[in-house]
Each structure stands twice: as C-alpha cells, then as structure tokens.
Ligand binder design. Structure first.
Ligand SMILES: NC(=O)c1ccc[n+]([C@@H]2O[C@H](COP(=O)([O-])OP(=O)(O)OC[C@H]3O[C@@H](n4cnc5c(N)ncnc54)[C@H](O)[C@@H]3O)[C@@H](O)[C@H]2O)c1
Length: 391
C-alpha cells in the first residue's frame, strides 16, 4: 500500500527556511518515515524573484509570496513556521484554524501570554504541533537522556549551561529584527537562552525559581536602510548615519532551582568574543557526570565515580547503532552534524503525525520554556528570585 503523503508548506526563506528544507529533503531517504513528506510550497517576504529562486534552490515544488495564501491552501497538511518570532502566534493560529499540523521554530512566541494563546489554539483545533528545539535531536543528547532516565547519574546535583556567540560585537552591526523587542521578544535570552532552558527542562526537570540578569552592552546601532540609502551612506564615510535603539538584551545569565532539588546556572550571550556557536552543558550526579558541547556534537563527555587511579572524563562517541536518533545514519564512527539534527527533527514530526500523538518537543514544551524565560526577565527587573509559573 502506498504511504500516506504529508504535503508541507514552509513559511520563511532565511536561515531556518534553508535548515528545515535540508530536513525535509533528506528525511524520506534516510529515515523512511511512516508517512512520506512532499516539499509542496515555500513562502517568504523577500521580493518575488528571490522567493522563486529560493524555492528552486531548496527543492520546493511551488512558491507563494503571501504566507496567508499558503496556509489557506487545501493541499497543505503541515505548516512549518521558520519566521521571526513576532509572527509565530499569528501564523500558528491561522494554521491551527485551518486544521494543519505545525512545526514552529523557537522561541515559541514573543511572550508568555502569546505562547499560552498558541497552546490553547492547537488544543482547540486538535492539531499536532512541535516546537523546534533542534539540539534535542542530536544522538549524543538522546543518549544523555537515556542515561539519566536509567538512573546512571544517581542523584543529580548540578546543571550548568552556556550558549555563547559573538556575532554582534561590532558596534556597526545593524539593528536587525533580532535586536528589536517588538520583533524578537528578547535578545540572547529568547534566542540562545531558550535552547539551554529547554535542554535543562528536558534532561533534568521542571524549574521552580530563577534569579537572573540581562545586559545590553551596545545600546544604539545603525538602522537598516534601503539599498538607495545605503549608497548615500557610503558617500558620507561608509557608516550608516541613522542609529536606532537596541531594545533587547545582548547577554542573559541566571541561577535556577529545579523542583527536584537540582541547582542550575545558565549564561547566554552574543558578546563572547571568539565563540561562534558554543552551546555546552554539564550535569553532575552522585554516580556520574556527563557533558555535551554542540561544536563537538558527536561526543558525550562521561565521568563515572569509582575509577580509582584511572579516574577522569572520557569521550563517548555517540554513533553506536543502538544510540537513539542514530539508526538511520552511517556506520559507527561516521559522524553527523547540524543539518542532520533537522532531518531527525522532521522525522519526529512525521512519526508523531503517523502515530496520532503530539511530537516531542511539543508546543507545551515551548510554553514551559517561555515561562522560564519570562521569569528570568521579570527577575532581572525586580532583582529578586522569581517563581516560574506552572503552565
Ligand atoms: N532551531 C534553531 O537552532 C534556530 C536557529 C536559528 C533561528 N531559529 C529561529 O527560527 C526563526 C527564524 O529565524 P531565521 O534565522 O531563519 O531568520 P531569518 O531572518 O534568516 O529569516 C526569516 C524569514 O522569515 C520571513 N519573514 C520575515 N519577516 C516576515 C514577516 N513579517 N512575516 C512573515 N514572514 C516574514 C522571510 O522570508 C525571512 O527570510 C526564529 O524564530 C529564530 O529564533 C532557530
């Protein structure tokens, strides 16, 4: 019998549009999922010729320049939201209303209120909805989860995570959407902090309280201008004349208490000179410690108590055929990278559709993460330990 087909409509022609396309392009061949994905249509707000060229380059059959029209199409089953944070709610609500399954990028929304509205909408519409915490999909992270669930770490004491980048340290870097609160919700907090908060919630458990701080180092930046205006700027010395206010954090850091007694520290910054995408965490338990760093993502660091004179961390290569999320890939030791995490993510979305269950991570996981981010932002304002609301 022919497999059920899932026609995808992807919103967004940027970084994530390309990354998600990689996922859809490779999932049928690599994972042979229970339903077959078809890359039906992509939309973007770029000029028509760019959207058309992007569709062709990334392997989409058709393109639309209006995302609303794409969501309304009867021949689309799954809407992929790979757009700036401020449109996630509007697009997810429209997709839910149209009865489509949804894969939405993180952070789920610009605010906790908005994330709650989105979860209600998908519950009411009874559609499957995933939040794109892609790093969960790395086999080494899945192995960590398996080890924790099997009790191999014993009692967990510490969770410690950093997510460090440096791409906006130049004061002439323009005021892109990620640096504007109405468009991004927050800065490093929602962009990078969301990933490490989710990792903590996934691996360790719920967070009850946080004490956090936010910092903006560069408060004014060149406003992005039209091509014609940029020509004029070059004529007056190569710098954009007009500056606008940065309304998000450049760095966020916080301490956390988990409901199960674990304590945690988190740091997310776009000002860690030399660090490009340094996403790293460690967990210390009574029987063992583990650690993972995305830039070396095929390995899990592992220390086990009782090594005697041969104590110390060892690097576990998470490419064993039994490692979760590895099976479809290559022979042991033939490592994978960033793109493959998106293939694994799409595989989970398709499997959830076939099995009639919510994907993992779900919109509710996105909401739980948003509750942590919201509490960190409130704590930074009041300079007090702040409860994370139950959601
Ligand atoms: N999972 C991850 O690891 C990861 C990594 C990067 C970004 N993200 C998330 O993915 C989302 C998109 O980020 P990106 O880096 O692809 O951004 P981007 O700026 O590269 O691309 C965004 C795209 O969205 C579309 N768009 C722009 N403005 C729009 C509007 N007003 N209405 C509708 N569509 C619009 C455009 O086609 C644009 O190309 C964000 O939510 C971001 O936080 C996730």
């Amino acid at each position: 019998m022919a497999k059920k087909v899932v026609n995808v409509g992807l919103l967004g022609c940027g970084f994530m549009g390309k990354a998600h396309s990689f996922g859809y392009r490779n999932v049928n061949e690599m994972w042979n999922p229970p339903v077959k994905v078809v890359m039906k249509c992509i939309s973007g707000t770029e000029p028509k010729r760019i959207v058309k060229a992007t569709a062709k380059a990334l392997g989409w059959q058709e393109y639309e320049t209006d995302w609303r029209r794409l969501i309304e199409r009867d021949d689309i089953d799954l809407i992929d939201i790979s757009t700036p944070n401020f449109v996630h709610e509007e697009q997810a609500l429209a997709a839910a209303k149209a009865g489509k399954a949804i894969l939405c990028e993180k952070p789920l929304a610009n605010s906790l209120t908005s994330a709650k509205i989105m979860v209600k909408a998908i519950q009411k519409a009874r559609v499957k909805a995933m939040c794109g915490f892609t790093y969960r999909q790395a086999p080494a992270v899945q192995l960590a989860k398996q080890m924790i669930e099997a009790g191999e770490l014993g009692e967990i004491y510490h969770f410690r995570a950093v997510y460090l980048q440096d791409w906006i340290m130049d004061p002439d870097f323009p005021l892109v959407w990620r640096l504007q609160k109405p468009l991004a919700g927050s800065g490093a907090l929602g962009d990078l902090g969301a990933h490490i908060a989710d990792m903590a919630l996934y691996l360790v458990g719920n967070i009850s309280e946080v004490s956090g701080d936010l910092k903006t180092f560069i408060k004014q930046r060149p406003v992005q201008t039209t091509l014609a205006e940029r020509g004029k700027e070059r004529a007056v010395g190569g710098r954009a004349a007009k500056k606008g206010r940065v309304t998000v954090d450049d760095a966020a850091y916080w301490c956390a208490r988990f409901t199960n007694g674990v304590v945690g520290t988190f740091e997310a910054t776009r000002f860690a000179g030399g660090r490009k995408n340094f996403h790293s965490w460690q967990i210390n338990g009574s029987k063992a410690s583990i650690g993972w760093t995305f830039e070396d993502m095929n390995y899990l660091e592992y220390w086990k108590a009782g090594g005697g004179s041969k104590q110390g961390f060892r690097k576990v290569l998470a490419t064993h055929p039994e490692t979760p999320n590895w099976q479809a890939w290559w022979p042991d030791g033939h490592i994978i990278g960033y793109g493959e995490c998106f293939v694994n993510e799409v595989k989970e979305m398709l499997t959830a559709i076939a099995e009639n269950r919510q994907p993992v991570p779900s919109f509710r996981d996105g909401l739980k993460c948003q509750a942590v981010l919201d509490a960190v932002a409130r704590s930074a304002k009041t300079r007090k330990w702040t409860r994370v609301p139950k959601v």
